[in-house]
Design a protein around this ligand. Structure first.
Ligand code: ACM
Length: 524
């Protein structure tokens, strides 16, 4: 794709103000404009093309009021043609002429991505949630062919440390889709909260949902999954184990290593010593929970965390030591790999692919897709072992770190800054890696941990514009920092239309009041 005319895309940005984020593979600017009116209709092939037409209608209605009815002689034509296989799972071709618009793809997802391009080609007001009057709704004539570089382009929200209502998750899903990001990873459980309802274990949310705000209902989560699917976004659930489970242990002490000990949901940040026991009842618990998770989330991937798991409790526990001996392990420390293997195997048997955070590249069973969060090199280690990899090194993708050193920047995760440029410069599959290893990289995702992010508005402030950079890193084969900055300046007007808060915050009242971070810092 680097052979495509990216220079043309750059030139077009200058001449016509076409400023797409992420930048498309190929763009040729043409003279003229296509103008919408109340009679403009859409002709869509059955199936996925109708889904995409419905999405365009839904997205444009609030600001433009355009009805965009379905009609056989519609001037906006959506074609789903499996013969367009060269466009892959998500690529699309878009031709805007002064009389007609033609959007073509081989798959439903490609059309959904093309809808977002149409949205970005319209005046920024088209993205508003309120009616906008006095604007001519028109598109510049253009020829675009656009194919993503990576299949996995995502963002993680930590809704365990701070509960966020489903209304926020839906809005965030729309923001992902606008940037052609296709994965919403929900970190649903941790030491400080459990937000996923499990019918067989009601105290998980009854006790674990108390601090910082609440829990979802099954209906809310299923509704979110459907809402995201209509936008081509997959919701990937994460249930942490065998560490980061203190909220579950507070609800069900028998899952721990000392059932006589009563624990509270944790009220500090950092790495907690209390972890799951390794007796059969715990494995049954994990299988039951994950069974309900799989019923709610059709995602092919299911994340089970796995990181920051101290083994001190297992070393102290006679039962855990016996289990290690019975399983032929070198010692209680090896119970972590054993545990991940058992639970990962359960997911595999059920047709899902297990995902886990890796801290060395070699700490997860090879069936796991590895998510290196500490160092990018751990991704290479995992890839060389034959594992799929999703790059998430914290220095490039952790958006809970402040985005600048400005004195008015709200406090974030201590220990550094993750700048827009840091995100943009992440190379998910570095050229220095052997091709077989690079081919293992599915993509990349941003992380929005929430210890230091009290509100949804603050989360959006941290996400933008850095998520725009991540979207381009993940989608565009050709990257161009100066061109990105130029396009971003225009893109900001779209984010303004969507009322997405963004830096620089000129108004001091813009800063969300932050709660003082409880307890110790994260172990990062
Ligand atoms: C992590 O930062 N605990 C993956």
């Amino acid at each position: 794709m680097t052979a495509f005319a990216q220079p043309a895309a750059r030139a077009a940005t200058h001449r016509t103000g076409i400023a797409l984020i992420p930048g498309p593979s190929q763009l040729t600017s043409l003279p003229g404009r296509f103008t919408f009116d109340e009679h403009t209709a859409v002709r869509a092939a059955p199936g996925g093309a109708r889904d995409a037409a419905a999405l365009l209608r839904t997205l444009l209605a609030p600001a433009t009021g355009l009805p965009l009815p379905a009609a056989d002689d519609g001037r906006i034509v959506f074609v789903l043609d499996p013969a367009l296989g060269g466009l892959g799972q998500e690529g699309y071709g878009l031709t805007v002429g002064s009389d007609a618009v033609l959007l073509r793809a081989g798959r439903r997802e490609g059309l959904l991505r093309g809808v977002q391009t149409i949205r970005q080609l319209l005046p920024p007001g088209a993205l508003s949630h309120e009616p906008v009057r006095g604007t001519e709704w028109s598109l510049p004539c253009v020829q675009i062919t656009d194919v993503p570089r990576f299949a996995w382009r995502g963002a993680m929200l930590d809704v365990a440390r701070r509960f966020r209502p489903v209304s926020f998750l839906r809005r965030f899903t729309d923001l992902l889709a606008l940037h052609k990001l296709n994965v919403l990873h929900l970190h649903l459980t941790d030491d400080q909260g459990w937000r996923m309802p499990v019918a067989a274990f009601p105290r998980l949310t009854g006790v674990g949902g108390e601090p910082h705000g609440g829990a979802y209902t099954r209906q809310e989560l299923s509704g979110l999954v459907a809402y995201a699917a209509a936008r081509g976004v997959t919701v990937v659930p994460e249930i942490e184990m065998p560490g980061h489970v203190r909220a579950a242990l507070a609800a069900y002490p028998e899952l721990g290593n000392d059932p006589s000990r009563r624990l509270t949901v944790w009220d500090r940040w950092g790495v907690c010593e209390n972890v799951l026991g390794v007796h059969d009842q715990v494995l049954d618990f994990c299988h039951t929970v994950l069974g309900e998770v799989m019923d709610t989330f059709p995602s092919p991937h299911v994340h089970i965390g796995g990181e920051e798991c101290p083994t001190t409790e297992w070393q102290r526990s006679a039962a855990a030591r016996r289990r290690a001996v019975a399983e032929g392990l070198a010692g209680p420390e090896a119970l972590h790999g054993w545990f991940m293997d058992r639970v990962g195997g359960f997911l595999t048997e059920n047709g899902r692919r297990p995902l886990g955070w890796t801290e060395s590249g070699s700490d997860l069973p090879t069936a796991f897709t590895a998510v290196p969060w500490r160092a990018a090199e751990h991704g290479l280690t995992a890839a060389r072992r034959g594992q799929d990899v999703i790059m998430a090194p914290y220095r490039s993708t952790y958006l809970d770190y402040p985005q600048s050193e400005r004195p008015d920047e709200p406090p974030g995760q201590p220990g550094g800054v993750v700048s827009l440029r840091d995100v943009y410069d992440l190379e998910p599959a570095p050229a220095g890696w052997e091709p077989e290893a690079a081919a293992r990289v599915l993509g990349t995702q941003a992380q929005l941990w929430s210890e230091y992010v009290p509100t949804g508005a603050h989360a959006e402030y941290l996400a933008f514009p850095r998520l725009c950079a991540l979207a381009e890193t993940a989608w565009s084969a050709h990257r161009d920092w100066p061109g990105f900055l130029r396009r971003l300046a225009h893109h900001r007007t779209r984010l303004d239309a969507l009322r997405v808060p963004g830096r620089p915050p000129h108004d001091p009242s813009h800063h969300s009041p932050l709660h003082p971070p409880p307890g110790e810092e994260s172990g990062r």
